[in-house]
Design a protein around this ligand. Structure first.
Ligand SMILES: NC(=O)c1ccc[n+]([C@@H]2O[C@H](COP(=O)([O-])OP(=O)(O)OC[C@H]3O[C@@H](n4cnc5c(N)ncnc54)[C@H](OP(=O)(O)O)[C@@H]3O)[C@@H](O)[C@H]2O)c1
Length: 400
């Protein structure tokens, strides 16, 4: 059985196995949270009440305490929260139509509003309470997760997530380090494995080009491909070259020195391109792939959310489908595959990544850490760009 199959199987076994000893321990376990009383109906959090620039971020001690609605959910005490470019975009309203539909597909909520909204897509913390159907996790477990953008985020003292979305945190990482990985890891995995077709056994000696290697996704993707024996070329600013070689990149190309497609076209052609940059890269990047060999170009910069924000769900989806189908066909006749990659939340994927982290094959790249009171400064830093890894906010000191 492959390691991914084994990890999914292990989760399933835990779910099915209701051995008396497991039940006894669970029954005997103390609740870590009191659900009665005012102190447990509110919590501190950074929220936004409307979309806009950094001024819309508001600290409150009175955010609604998360509630377990489904038996497979857990409440997590957040120790550290990681930020991603999507947090800055969501603060400005990015994806509001699509995400509202995901939050409330039947339009049942009376308020008709997603506010107050809590941002923050990465969490590392401690399980405080489990729904009745949760078997694989227990109170006090240290866990990490990438939070789907339609759920309330981790810039708060507590967050509620489905057990399918969380995973036990790597033992070798602190909470701050662990919070730097899930969102970019789940995105890189979805793009490289699910869309790009790479795997531990199908990567050795493949030539991978990562456009934009120095940010959150790039620094993770480099390490993942190197752990699987691939050959990695990255584009980055000249001042990031040494940093990325330190993470394992075999070859770096400075995009600030002139049109980057020129030095790239001198190189042997690639089996897969991961594009973290977008813009005009599509014009030249697919010409760098080996034709008629199953080579793929996967871009993470897609107009999907903008289309639905601008045109509404139905027209936006139609426009998106038409765009991607036209582009895929245009490149297919030239012998290369054109694909869009998307973040996909998954606890089992994080289980696999934990094994790579604990085996010392992947490390967390934390560029800067902020305290809970410095969330606006953390957003300012993100907005300046030029990331060299991840920005993390410490929410609490850890423990229960
Ligand atoms: N589709 C999805 O579901 C999904 C999920 C996650 C991320 N994304 C997207 O993927 C992209 C990357 O995400 P991220 O978290 O890695 O962003 P990030 O942390 O902000 O990193 C971007 C990096 O690219 C570098 N860069 C900028 N322009 C470049 C260029 N022309 N060539 C090469 N490098 C360049 C930047 O450094 P310098 O400016 O100093 O060179 C920075 O290090 C973002 O656009 C994000 O929105 C999409």
């Amino acid at each position: 059985m492959s390691s991914s199959g084994y990890l999914v199987h292990r989760r399933l076994l835990f779910h099915l196995c209701k051995s008396p000893c497991v039940l006894k321990r669970r029954v005997g376990q103390q609740r870590l949270l009191s659900t009665s009383g005012r102190c447990r109906t509110i919590m501190p959090a950074w929220v936004i009440d409307k979309y806009g620039n950094n001024d819309v971020l508001r600290f409150t001690r009175n955010a609604s305490f998360p509630v377990i609605h489904y038996p497979n959910e857990v409440i997590i005490k957040v120790v550290a929260a990681g930020l991603n470019p999507i947090d800055v975009s969501m603060r400005g309203g990015y994806g509001s139509s699509t995400l509202s539909m995901k939050r409330d597909p039947l339009n049942i909520k009376q308020s008709g509003s997603e506010f107050p909204l809590i941002l923050g897509r990465d969490v590392s913390g401690v399980v405080m309470e489990c729904g009745l159907d949760v078997k694989y996790f227990r109170e006090r477990d240290e866990v990490w997760a990438a939070i789907p953008p339609w759920k309330q985020g981790s810039l708060a003292e507590f967050v509620v997530l489905s057990a399918n979305e969380i995973s036990h945190k790597p033992k070798t990482l602190s909470h701050i380090e662990a919070a730097a990985i899930p969102y970019v890891a789940a995105t890189a995995w979805s793009a490289l494995v699910n869309t790009g077709g790479l795997s531990k056994d199908k990567c050795a000696n493949k030539r991978i080009l990562i456009l934009g290697g120095s940010g959150g996704v790039g620094t993770f993707a480099i390490q993942m491909v190197k752990a699987w024996g691939g050959h990695v070329t990255v584009t980055c600013s000249q001042n990031a070259e040494r940093f990325l070689k330190g993470l394992g990149a075999d070859h770096t190309v400075d995009y600030t020195a002139g049109p980057v497609e020129e030095p790239l076209s001198q190189l042997e052609k690639f089996d897969l391109i991961l594009d973290n940059i977008g813009g005009d890269t599509e014009r030249w990047a697919l010409g760098l792939l080996k034709p008629w060999s199953g080579a793929k170009y996967v871009t993470l910069v897609t107009p999907f959310m903008q289309n639905t924000d601008l045109l509404g769900i139905a027209d936006g989806m139609m426009q998106t489908a038409a765009t991607v189908a036209t582009k895929a066909l245009k490149h297919l006749v030239k012998g290369v595959h054109y694909r869009w990659g998307f973040f996909s939340p998954s606890g089992p994927t994080l289980d696999e990544i934990r094994e790579m982290v604990d085996a010392g094959k992947i490390r967390a790249v934390v560029e800067e850490t902020f305290s809970f009171s410095q969330v606006p400064q953390a957003f300012e830093k993100m907005e300046k760009g030029h990331a060299r890894g991840k920005t993390v906010v410490q929410i609490s000191q850890g423990g229960t």
